[in-house]
Design a protein around this ligand. Structure first.
Ligand code: NAD
Ligand code: WQD
Length: 353
């Protein structure tokens, strides 16, 4: 008997499932009753995250280590398991690094997705939920179309990472047109922050964090001396950059809703690209204040010059996701900061023991 027949349950393949957003999504998939298998090369994550997910869900996590660019290895996974749908997180995500290593980013993200799609096609797997980003809305769009709607202009992104997301969105649209019954849901995440309420899984960046929340958390825990606030002269309510921060567990739940939608009779390509944000814009200084309040720690900061490529404001009109998926964010800034702090203070070295 072929292994696929032996394992007759339908599985969700979660590429990049050991990462920050992936690991939280596993927990929500499990509580919604989905069986899944994680496929990850662990280039930016650790198997410890999966062990901890396993503890939260009280169940073993099926894990296959491999690279999405490795066609043979992916084919083996599709042979071994009956894959119903794919949730595709795997990719490199550091904006600055992508400027220095563009070929690695195009190869990993774009080429990796092409290999994945070709293996899905071979195995008649026709449903994918893709991790895109608000970064596809360019600088001009964020000036003229706030709050951002899904039909606001995209493209002309300022860095190779952003372009990989834009290209993949377009590749998925072309593939959708060419393949009978192929279905795609593209989720454009705004700024994911926070951690699971258990404090056992969370964001564990390598080296000095690029993103605001892990930097604030590491400053509060004493790992960094102070936070550099990039720019105090933006046209925003307090002069610092405004973003749409979204709790990672809310974001994880959007994937569960997207999987339900993609298999439903209501699926409609026109409504298959969705903003996943709260619709609220918060400044850097508001985030510092909220973090200080929940952690009872001082977060020292200095206002320095603007970071190149940054924009003043970016926040979503998230009404389409509510209408189409029945999804909306439920967790506020205090909860985001509280859960980040629980993760950071319980695990000052992240997953490293
Ligand atoms: P992450 O780095 O924590 O997770 C990505 C995972 O993919 C990691 O476990 C990594 O080991 C794995 N991976 C990378 N390349 C791979 C490859 N070639 N083959 C197999 N596995 C590979 O990142 P995250 O924050 O969880 O982001 C998940 C997805 O969401 C990414 O596609 C990212 O671009 C996108 N996204 C993230 C954010 C954010 O701010 N975190 C915002 C918007 C979109
Ligand atoms: C948020 C705000 C900074 C760090 C990036 C990617 C985007 C998406 C999410 C993947 C801004 C300010 C930050 C610091 C600061 N990722 N800041 N001091 O830039 O909105 O988005 O992550 O798709 O593609 O570009 O997020 O967390 O870096 O910054 O003052 O040390 O915090 O200027 O206003 P960003 P961020």
């Amino acid at each position: 008997m072929k292994p696929a027949e032996a394992l007759k349950n339908a599985y969700i393949l979660v590429t990049g499932g050991a990462g920050y957003i992936g690991s939280h999504t596993l927990v929500e998939l499990s509580s919604a009753g989905y069986d899944f298998v994680v496929y990850d090369n662990l280039c930016n994550s650790s198997q410890e995250a999966l062990k901890r997910v396993s503890k939260i869900i009280n169940k073993d996590v099926k894990f296959e280590q491999g690279d999405i660019r490795d066609k043979k290895a992916l084919q083996n996974v599709f042979e071994k398991y009956n894959i119903d749908s794919v949730v595709h997180f795997a990719g490199l995500k550091a904006v600055g690094e992508s400027v220095i290593k563009p070929l690695e980013y195009y190869d990993n993200n774009v080429n990796g997705t092409l290999v994945l799609l070709s293996v899905m096609k071979e195995h008649n797997c026709k449903k994918i939920v893709f991790s895109s980003s608000a970064t596809v809305y360019n600088e001009v769009t964020t000036k003229n179309y706030i709050p951002l709607k899904e039909d606001s202009p995209t493209g002309a992104t300022t860095n190779p990472y952003g372009r990989t997301k834009q290209f993949i969105e377009e590749i998925l649209q072309d593939f959708y047109i060419s393949e009978l019954d192929f279905k795609v849901v593209t989720l454009r995440y705004f700024n994911p922050v926070g951690a699971h309420e258990s404090g056992t899984i969370g964001e564990d960046p390598n080296g000095v964090p690029n993103n605001l929340m892990p930097f604030i958390a590491q400053t509060a825990v004493g790992k960094r001396e102070y936070l550099s606030v990039f720019g105090g002269d933006y046209d925003t309510y307090d002069g610092t950059g405004v973003r749409d921060y979204i709790h990672v567990v809310d974001l994880a739940n959007a994937h569960v809703k997207a999987l339900k939608y993609i298999s439903s009779a209501n699926f409609n390509i026109k409504n298959a690209t969705l903003n996943i944000g709260t619709g609220q814009g918060n400044s850097v200084l508001s985030m510092i204040k909220a973090f200080e309040k929940v952690s009872n720690k001082k977060v020292l900061y200095k206002i320095v010059k603007r970071r190149e490529g940054d924009i003043a404001k970016c926040f979503a009109d998230a009404s389409l996701a509510k209408e189409v998926l029945g999804w909306q964010a439920t967790k506020n800034i205090e909860t985001m900061c509280k859960d980040s702090w629980k993760w950071q203070s319980n695990n000052p070295k992240g997953y490293e023991t």
